[in-house]
Write a protein that binds this ligand. Structure first.
Ligand code: BG6
Length: 485
């Protein structure tokens, strides 16, 4: 029996603010991401209220996809991509967020990409909001903690559904919507205002914990997402619209019941809190106690309740990079994760940014989520951030990346055998791009190397790595041939 269904959607993913560059070109307004200075594994990214001409803002140039899109799409085609996940920069379409008319040049930029994708046999998968919003919405409205932002988002989403009817069939409303549950997401995901100079660390928002504000912002995003789903279906019944969750896989440190309980509750909060609202159309039972104990009082109307019930998603998508550990013990050895911090797992290896590599965790996660929702799943981010070395002959031998993908693709194949309805896989940063967490260009994920580094050296030229040819073979064999030779 084949490991993967014959129409399995193989591909890769990028996000506008990490990849496009051209941050102020052709009418684009500044986005929240454009106000973030680059950092590294030891230096947090920093927010500035105005652009400091002496500082380095990685999103301003990204990987310069804006001027390389034709070449890049050809590379994706050469690898045999069936799907390409990309995000639209909201401030390229509505520069301030509250504008009446969209920016035609922005709309045309994406239209030519979608048209070309179809010529190349690639299905676009569009994230409507990936860790950015027009910065004006933060300044003038306080970001997603303001109900008015729902209408701005819905108008933006409706514009996209109308403009790209027939060109785009797969959509995600918000990237990693559950990151608003973590302090780090306050600005990144929720566009909530920060103090000038605030640092973005995994365990702080740069301005306190802000639970009330974050959960209010999350609620408004749920409502905005549900409205968008409803409108997207009305405009084109062929639209398939998904949620996107940062997949959190956790293990108890010990067999003590307290550790298992804590792990289960963390799983509930991280994966099922948002999943339940977006897939089942209502908050999970455990939300009530959480809100009460944390004194969170939401502006939550009956109309909201109805729209959440109607605007449920067609599929559940998620990112998966690593796993964490939960315990009630204090003072454990800590390790970083995908914008989180956790206890170190002695049974796993870690990458240079301290992220655990855990392919079996992906299989467990797929089974767990499918068991709860039983709707199609898509892994829309997975990959290894690494320092790549360009050899004297120009080759880049990223066998470590191939190893990582082999193991994770095998884990997906096993999950499919377990009965999971997995419909697609888009690896993260298929062409090198800026890291969201650290702002580094040198933290690379791609099958294609982009000649640009953190010292802002390099001409943005593109160079396939060894993994490029490996992934091409993997796709051509529909996941049967994962050998590295
Ligand atoms: C996810 C985000 O959290 O992880 C991406 O959706 C991000 O935007 C990816 O790039 C990897 O994280 P990082 O920090 O290595 O870029």
């Amino acid at each position: 029996m084949a490991k993967f269904p014959k129409d399995f959607l193989w591909g890769g993913a990028t996000a506008a603010n990490q990849y496009e560059g051209a941050w102020n070109v052709d009418g684009k307004g500044p986005s929240t991401a454009d106000m973030l200075i680059g950092g590294d594994v030891n230096t947090p990214r920093r927010f500035t209220k105005t652009i400091d001409p002496n500082a380095y803002y990685p999103s301003h140039q990204g990987s310069d996809f804006y001027h390389h899109w034709e070449e890049d799409l050809n590379y994706l085609h050469e690898m045999g991509f069936k799907v390409y996940r990309l995000s639209i920069a909201w401030s390229r379409i509505f520069p301030n967020g509250d504008d009446i008319e969209p920016n035609r040049k922005g709309l045309e930029f994406y239209r030519q990409i979608f048209k070309r994708c179809h010529e190349l046999g690639i299905e676009p998968l569009v994230t409507i909001s990936h860790y950015e919003a027009p910065y004006h919405l933060t300044e003038a409205y306080g970001g997603w903690a303001n109900r008015k932002v729902i209408d701005f988002f819905v108008n933006y989403a409706q514009t996209l559904f109308r403009e790209y009817r027939g060109l785009v069939h797969y959509w995600l409303t918000f990237n990693e919507i559950n990151m608003l549950q973590a302090p780090f997401g306050a600005y990144m995901a929720g566009a909530l205002p920060l103090e000038d100079g605030a640092e973005l660390k995994p365990d702080t928002s740069g301005a306190g914990d802000r639970l009330q504000e974050r959960y209010q912002a999350l609620h408004y995003q749920f409502v905005a997402s549900a409205k968008a789903v409803q409108i997207g279906h009305a405009i084109d019944p062929h639209n398939e619209i998904g949620c996107m969750i940062a997949g959190g896989m956790d293990y108890p440190l010990t067999a003590r019941p307290e550790d298992t309980f804590k792990t289960d509750m963390a799983d509930n909060m991280r994966n099922f809190f948002c999943g339940d609202v977006q897939v089942r159309g209502e908050y999970p039972p455990f939300a009530k106690r959480f809100f009460e104990e944390n004194n969170i009082k939401l502006d939550f109307t009956d109309a909201d309740r109805q729209i959440l019930a109607i605007g449920t998603v067609d599929f559940y998508s998620f990112s998966y990079y690593s796993s964490g550990v939960e315990t009630t013990e204090k003072n454990t050895d800590k390790a970083a994760g995908n914008q989180t911090v956790s206890t170190r797992n002695p049974y796993l290896n870690y990458n240079d940014w301290g992220w655990a590599m855990d392919p079996l965790g992906l299989r467990t996660y797929l089974n767990r989520v499918y068991g709860r929702y039983q709707i199609p799943l898509m892994v829309v981010e997975n990959g290894l951030g690494a320092f790549d070395k360009v050899e004297a002959d120009g080759s880049i031998n990223d066998d470590y990346r191939i190893d990582y993908y082999q193991a994770h693709i095998n884990a997906m194949a096993e999950a499919i055998k377990d009965g999971v309805d997995l419909i697609g896989y888009t690896t993260w940063g298929c062409i090198d791009l800026v890291s969201a967490g650290t702002g580094q260009m040198d933290k690379r994920y791609g099958f294609v190397y982009v000649n640009r580094n953190d010292k802002q050296e390099g001409d943005f030229s593109r160079h396939p790595k060894k993994s490029f040819y490996w992934y091409k073979k993997a796709i051509a064999s529909n996941g049967e041939d994962l050998s590295n030779d």
